[in-house]
Design a protein around this ligand. Structure first.
Ligand code: BGC
Length: 544
């Protein structure tokens, strides 16, 4: 671990507009007590690493009391820490240290559903149909002569029907696992409860919230079928996510909820913010989640989904920037998270994937707005594709055969043997095994090695933090004319100009006339007045 100096938090209420936020998947970040599971004290010990990496804020995935059916996205107590992750006192100590180091803390809020172990759901099961206890969730009578068929045709995102029948014959809705019953957000009691939960964490000093399934809380009146007409043969409903209309997602009334939350966030000092994990049919509908009276940001998943081509990136960048101009909020870029295959692997895996991932990072970090990093991408970690099935824990795996465990493997910190310093000295436990190839990818193996991915991130983040043309006040993107397959754009602040060039063309290209080289994702050679940019490489140049 590198020694570090305290860094005061900036006093800027708009800090989130150009922040780099690092996603901590708490369970897999650092384990302080040696049980093989990451925890809050482990995170606290490693805060200096994150400060030195140069990020502005951390987003912590759920660490609340939970049976962990869905990695903590099944919350049984929204106001406490699961013993697996520590205690509330550990949380308080962690956030105090983070703030001293100049790191803001964003926590995950899971409002669409609770755990089936939540006292509300336990009470709902014990109560009769039609009771106030059941009215907090979405219980309904089944179809068919004896109510033996689900109330409608909705499918769970994790596969299979979105309804489960209880012994008295009613069915309850769960858009995810049966252990994640959906709340009834038309019930004022639910709304009041979550306003109180927001205040609970704001009072503890959190700087923001990542809103899980932010598009899901309101379901269409009458719970209508999706209908076969909406789908093509063999298509699962989840395939319409972000592409089509579904009666259980992105309903207009969901925006009333955010309009009621915003005054709560605004009533606290220091720029408390919220970012939506929302999927909508079009970028225009996604943009409706953000603005001065709703949420501050929404992830641009189209950027994550872009294929490795100049046209694909150019299109999603232009669309996202245009929407952000209309709503007056910054764009929110992301390449990887705990639900998606890591981008090294998406871009081809092996050396090709890593080369492209490094170039994509320089592209992302030069764009205006906020960028979210997923833990381990700064080490160039690939997806672990060959986890033994019996170790996989993603509930989607059992229902669909698809699993998100491969991006959740504990981080390699140092040492010669798995789990590479994930736990305290001498501990050999980790809830998922790290592959032998990760020895060379550990933090210790990369720190101080000039062309390592870790040092590339550190350099890029340092430049981004200090360069006027990459600041929140800098200008937008000016695309430059290039040869086909090459992306080049400049941003300016006064006389300072920063140009980012990304070579997606399949052949080396000469980049010249943009000033001094500042950082590159691969070694460049000089060619005449310019530089030869290899295939799948990106570089930043500056003129002051
Ligand atoms: C989270 C997933 C989770 C799901 C259900 C998603 O948005 O990112 O990890 O399985 O919500 O809470």
């Amino acid at each position: 671990m590198t020694a570090t100096q305290p860094r005061p938090l900036t006093t800027d209420d708009d800090w989130w507009r150009s922040a780099v936020v690092y996603q901590v998947y708490v369970r897999s970040f650092a384990d302080a007590n040696g049980d093989g599971i990451g925890d809050l004290p482990g995170l606290r010990n490693r805060l200096p690493y994150l400060r030195d990496l140069g990020v502005d804020a951390l987003w912590l995935t759920p660490f609340y009391t939970s049976p962990m059916v869905d990695g903590g996205y099944d919350v049984a107590d929204y106001r406490d820490v699961d013993p697996m992750f520590g205690t509330l006192a550990d949380f308080d100590a962690m956030i105090a240290d983070a703030h001293t180091l100049g790191l803001r803390i964003i926590v995950d809020l899971v409002p669409n559903h609770t755990s089936s172990a939540h006292p509300w759901f336990v009470a709902a099961l014990a109560a009769a149909p039609g009771s106030p206890e059941r009215a907090r969730y979405l219980f309904a009578e089944g179809r068919g002569e004896h109510g033996e068929l689900p109330p409608n045709d909705w499918e769970s995102i994790f596969g299979g029907p979105a309804w489960t029948r209880v012994p008295d014959g009613q069915w309850y809705l769960h858009l995810f696992d049966p252990a994640q019953p959906d709340l009834n957000w038309r019930n004022p009691e639910v709304r009041a409860e979550f306003e109180d939960i927001l205040r609970f964490w704001l009072d503890r000093g959190v700087d923001g919230f990542r809103i899980d399934v932010a598009h899901g809380m309101i379901k269409a009146e009458g719970l209508p079928d999706v209908g076969f007409g909406t789908l093509t043969t063999g298509q699962r409903q989840v395939e319409l996510l972000g592409k089509g209309r579904l009666p259980y997602f992105d309903q207009d009334e969901v925006h009333d909820i955010y309009r009621s939350w915003r005054p709560i966030l605004d009533s606290y000092p220091g720029g408390r913010m919220a970012v939506a994990e929302a999927w909508a049919e079009t970028p225009q509908r996604l943009a409706r989640y953000i603005g001065p009276d709703e949420l501050h940001q929404a992830f641009s998943f189209d950027f994550l989904d872009a294929t490795w081509s100049a046209d694909s990136f150019r299109k999603v960048v232009d669309t996202a920037l245009a929407e952000s101009t209309i709503v007056g909020a910054p764009t929110t870029w992301v390449l990887s998270n705990h639900d998606k295959q890591r981008h090294v692997t998406r871009y081809g895996d092996g050396p090709d994937g890593l080369r492209r991932a490094r170039a994509a990072t320089l592209l992302m970090l030069a764009l205006p707005g906020c960028a979210y990093l997923f833990q381990g991408e700064e080490l160039g970690l690939p997806e672990v594709l060959d986890l033994p099935d019996e170790l996989r824990q993603d509930p989607a795996f059992l229902r669909t055969g698809e699993s998100r465990d491969g991006c959740r493997v504990p981080l390699p910190w140092d040492g010669e043997l798995p789990p590479y310093g994930f736990g305290p000295a001498g501990s050999d436990r980790s809830w998922l095994p790290a592959p032998a190839t990760w020895r060379a990818l550990s933090v210790a193996a990369q720190a101080g090695v000039p062309d390592s991915t870790l040092e590339l991130y550190r350099a890029a983040l340092r430049i981004r933090r200090g360069h006027p043309a990459l600041s929140a006040d800098a200008g937008g993107v000016t695309w430059l004319t290039t040869e086909p397959g090459v992306l080049a754009f400049s941003r300016a602040a006064g006389d300072a100009v920063l140009t980012c060039v990304v070579n997606l063309s399949g052949a080396p290209v000469v980049a010249g006339g943009h000033g001094e080289l500042v950082v590159a994702s691969a070694p460049l050679t000089r060619q005449g007045d310019g530089h030869l940019l290899p295939v799948d490489a990106a570089a930043w140049f500056e003129r002051r």
